[in-house]
Design a binder for this molecule. Structure first.
Ligand code: UTP
Length: 289
């Protein structure tokens, strides 16, 4: 029997240099895709996978994230008075229950591994999910739910992966696998941003993980790696000497919203996927081409 995954860590404390200056005053994960922030989709995905506690790792100037997930009686009363029940229900759905969300300051953006380590006291001694909130994943069955399903089969640690675009594997964390014919395979290694030509596969770590709490003791003393940052990939590689890791090639489409064009693509794709917006979105896009 595997222990259930009930908590998710959402690290949002990076500087977001690729989407500056916009990310200077608005945390990049609060930028909208169509009509709600990227983070709203990520929390929805987590809920669909059975997550009950959300641990945000935040930086300075990101208080708006807490406010977004809090109730706002003034707006809610105004919507009620105007009979705008649909949007009112949607807003209330975002809020969740008191005590369901924790916000932890990273204090300095020393890397993703360091950000995850900051969650250790809230996670305690149980398996947990990590979700990179830049990576918006559109999937019939939500990506994290696919990962939880895989975890229920294998136990241990799960890393969600997908094929990197041709010739770009050196930009990512890349996994090495035992040969298998399905989408879920035992991992034999991983490396952050391998030198071109040395990549062990074309599968990159795309932003959803299920990890065992022993990762925290490794991250505690971990040296800086690629880019001078404390890398989660290095911590996982060390944990792999003691525990099983499986890579799941998930079914869906990923949009990297930490990148200008990725955010644009997500907006276009999500607008086209909304029945009430699709026709108008298509006409607007056509008129620009
Ligand atoms: P990124 O590599 O996208 O870094 O981090 P970034 O700083 O946000 O963006 P750029 O590259 O400068 O544009 C992946 C995820 O890890 C978080 C980021 O917020 C992002 O969600 N992160 C990264 C932290 O929370 N803390 C860190 O120290 C580094």
């Amino acid at each position: 029997m595997t222990k259930a995954v009930k908590k998710a860590v959402l690290p949002v404390a990076g500087l977001g240099t690729r989407v500056l200056p916009g990310a200077k005053t608005t945390p990049k994960n609060l930028l909208n895709v169509v009509d709600r922030p990227i983070l709203s989709y990520i929390v929805e995905e987590a809920r669909a996978a059975g997550i009950e506690h959300f641990v945000f790792i935040v930086g300075r100037g990101q208080g708006a994230i807490e406010d977004y997930f809090d109730a706002n009686p003034e707006i809610e009363q105004a919507l009620e008075a105007k009979g705008k029940t649909d949007i009112l229900a949607e807003m209330r759905r975002e809020v969740g229950e008191p005590g369901q969300m924790s916000f932890i300051r990273q204090m300095a953006p020393l890397g993703l591994g360091h950000a995850v380590w900051c969650a250790r006291h809230v996670i305690g001694d149980e398996p947990f999910a990590v979700m990179l909130p830049d990576m918006l994943m559109a999937a019939q069955r939500p990506a994290l739910a696919q990962a939880v399903e895989a975890y229920e089969k294998t136990g241990g640690n799960i890393v969600v992966v997908e094929p990197a675009p041709e010739g770009e594997a050196h930009k990512y964390g890349i996994v090495a696998l035992e040969k298998g014919d399905g989408r879920l395979n035992r991992m034999t290694g991983m490396v952050e941003k391998p030198a071109p030509g040395t990549e062990p596969s074309n599968l990159f770590i795309s932003g959803r993980y299920i990890l065992q709490p022993e990762i925290f003791e490794i991250l505690e003393t971990q040296e800086r790696g690629a880019g001078g940052e404390i890398q989660l990939t290095d911590g996982m590689a060390a944990l792999m000497k003691r525990q099983d890791f499986h890579a799941l090639e998930y079914e869906g489409i990923t949009y990297d919203c930490g990148d200008k064009i990725g955010l644009l693509r997500a907006n276009v794709a999500f607008a086209l996927a909304r029945p009430e917006l699709a026709d108008a979105a298509r006409a607007a896009i056509k008129s620009l081409l």
